[in-house]
Write a protein that binds this ligand. Sequence first.
Ligand code: PLP
Length: 524
Amino acid sequence: MVSNSQRYLSTRSSTEPYLSFEQAVIQGLAPDGGLYIPTEIPNLPENFLEEWKDLSFQELAFNILSLYISDDEIPAADLKTLVEKSYSTFRAEDITPLTTLNQDLGLYLLELFHGPTYAFKDVALQFVGNLFEYFLTRRNAGKAEDAADRDIITVVGATSGDTGSAAIYGLRNKKDVSVFILYPNGRVSPIQEAQMTSVLDPNVHTISVTGTFDDCQDLVKQVFGDKQFNDKYHVGAVNSINWARILAQITYYFHSFFTLAKTVPGGPQALAKKINFVVPTGNFGDILAGFYAKKMGLPVNQLIIATNSNDILDRFVKSGSYSKSASENEAPVVHATMSPAMDILVSSNFERFLWYLARENIASSNTEAGSIVNKWMNDLKTTGSFSVPESVLSAARAHFSSERASDEQTTETIKKVYTEVTPKYILDPHSSVAVTAALRAIKEQPKGEAQYFVALSTAHPAKFSDAVDLALKGIDGYSFEDDVLPQEFKEMATKEKKHLYADKPDLELIKSIIVDELAKEKNI
Ligand SMILES: *Cc1c(COP(=O)(O)O)cnc(C)c1O
């Protein structure tokens, strides 16, 4: 039996037949430009607060994934194996541990950086890599190793840091999958470059491009748009618009709820409606998973968007206008901040939330919701902005509030947490944006509320040494080498590396590199 929550439609249309989970994941982006969402959000078992409270991360993941993936598509035993395998690469026993920052304030930190690349994207991409391999193995069953009709996926992506390494670690050594990651030469941090280029698996290819990150992203778009090339090599994406990434991230909202509930007198029942998640947000993928958790029935009070000075979401929540420019006489520009993984002009996953806003407040059918989203996205493309009616804005505010942090505030918070929290704790700049927002929300809460605030920590501080050093240099006893840098990173400098060069950002050049490398892979 396939339930409605296991069938997928595009946010810009809803023509049946709906897609299976496998189709939605392999396709990534819908042909009409929309993103895939389940046709319904599943309900939780009625007594899940009791029944799920002692489950492990993996058990919770299995229960949640099962609601969105039919047993006909991935039998339960296989799904369990996929989950086990995906989280066996994490260094923390409970995968995403919760740390207390200040019990009196009710401030906690959810550490999402214990995967292979030390950033939260591992939680999803470890699973996505195994999922790709599972689908391809099934499609290629019985075909010869060198058969011309083998199903393959050639993942092509651009990165300024975190996405590239997490994708590489998710896809390394996966059969019938090849991965090409383009990055701007000299413009990613040495640690992030070393992380990517020290992976020597034959199916992993990093290309250092003479140009900017935008050049790299443009090249990726051009490769996708090249129909002939795409048909032949099945170009795939693993960016955060992929539904499987959102899905995999839902688990840690449940897991941290139950972890915190263990410390609260009265347990899960007492924590209900008293927990708030504060999420450092760029493309809206991380926090969108929290929205799904809340809609499924996890009793969350508010989801708090924390942006850096790239604040399109903060401005939307405050005004109802989704606009690329901060003001009429300002050009739409991406600001380079000390939390670079959140430096975006528009948030690609916000479209999914817009669909729910349209469907639940102004549309009388899925099809109508699709047309409304289509119009909003069109206005955004042609005029740079769109506005939603007051009723829609207040519906959005029932789930989300928002805060914005400048680089100065981000630095201040890293310092404050380091000097005030015992034992000493060092935040990365993205997590610091979240903690800055959480501290503000705590101050603003009505007296006597006693709410709990869980800030999501999305990266290990060693990945962003410049920002951490800037905040902590000169403080008595602080040493980046001793306090921050993991042994694994120290060893990376001397490891063997491989990467390719593209001396100009040119489509034909990139395509020829991809074709050559794929041919070499076949001959190994
Ligand atoms: C990707 C990333 C984010 C932003 O996540 P979104 O899903 O794009 O909102 C925040 N912090 C770090 C460290 C990241 O790598």
